[in-house]
Structures are given as C-alpha cells and as structure tokens.
Design a protein around this ligand. Structure first.
Ligand code: DQA
Length: 147
C-alpha cells in the first residue's frame, strides 16, 4: 500500500529553521527515515513538500485515486486553512496529522488545527519519531481493515 506523506510550508528549511524547536535533521533526512520505516512495514511512500496551499490541496485530491493512507504535517496551514481541511474531509482513507513540535506548548494561535477536524489521529511533540509512529499506526489500521 502507498502512503502519501505531505509536508507544508517552510519544512523545506528543516535543519536550518529554528533548530531549537524543529531539530537539526533536514527534510532529506526525514524522507530517508520514512522510506526505511515504510519498507520495514511493507508500505511504500510518496514523500512531498510544498510551500503552496493550492498545491497541497491538489495533492490531497489526487490521493483519492492513489493512496491507501495519508500523513500530513500542514505546518502553518494547520492553523489557517479551511480549504485544506475541506479537501482532507473528502478522503475516505486514514489520515495522520503530525507536528514535530508540541503545538499545545507553544503560542495560543498554534493550539487549534483545522486539519485535526479531518484527521483520524494526531501526533505532536515527538520530532521525527512522530512520522515513524504515524507510519506504524497506518500500517496497523490498514492491516485491521483487511481482516
Ligand atoms: C509545525 C507546527 C506549526 O505550528 C508550524 O507553523 C510549523 C511546523 C510542526 O511540525 O511542529 O511550520 O507543524
């Protein structure tokens, strides 16, 4: 099964961007980790990043045809994008929302995520491990669905 892994704005700067919050690992490191975990779990991944809300929405729409599950770190759009939430709500595949940082420990404007309204589950505050755990959760959900 194919898992689409979407990363929102500014995550292309991982490693350089506020490393005290987001760590020193780069987006390439994160993709490598996800590919390894996916392989171990019998999943394949399509790993993408965009700084554009509309592009993320188009990719979510395309997932209807191609993906068995979706992982999304919507970054800043978590807190602003009704349109991204609406797109996610059209999917009938499991969706895990991931944030590297613990958004509930940060500024009040990060405490609400529109995307959470559409997500099956949410992981935050665990850094790169959040993506690993999201892949493992999806693998379990998809296995249960098969039975
Ligand atoms: C983030 C948290 C968001 O509030 C922020 O805008 C990001 C990254 C995270 O991974 O912790 O860009 O989604």
């Amino acid at each position: 099964p194919l898992i689409l892994v979407l990363n929102g704005p500014n995550l292309n700067l991982l490693g350089m961007r506020e490393p005290d919050i987001y760590g020193h690992g780069t987006l390439d490191d994160l993709e490598t980790l996800c590919a390894e975990v996916a392989e171990g779990a019998g999943l394949s991944i399509d790993f993408r990043q965009s700084n554009h809300e509309g592009e993320l929405i188009t990719w979510v729409q395309e997932a209807r045809q191609s993906a068995a599950g979706l992982i999304i770190n919507p970054a800043g759009y978590s807190h602003t994008s009704v349109a991204l939430m609406d797109a996610l709500k059209t999917l009938d595949i499991p969706i895990v929302e991931v944030h590297l940082s613990n958004i509930h420990q940060r500024e009040a404007f990060r405490h609400h995520s529109y995307v959470s309204h559409a997500a099956t589950g949410v992981i935050c505050g665990l850094g790169f491990a959040g993506y690993r755990l999201a892949l493992l959760a999806l693998s379990e959900i998809l296995e249960e669905d098969e039975q």
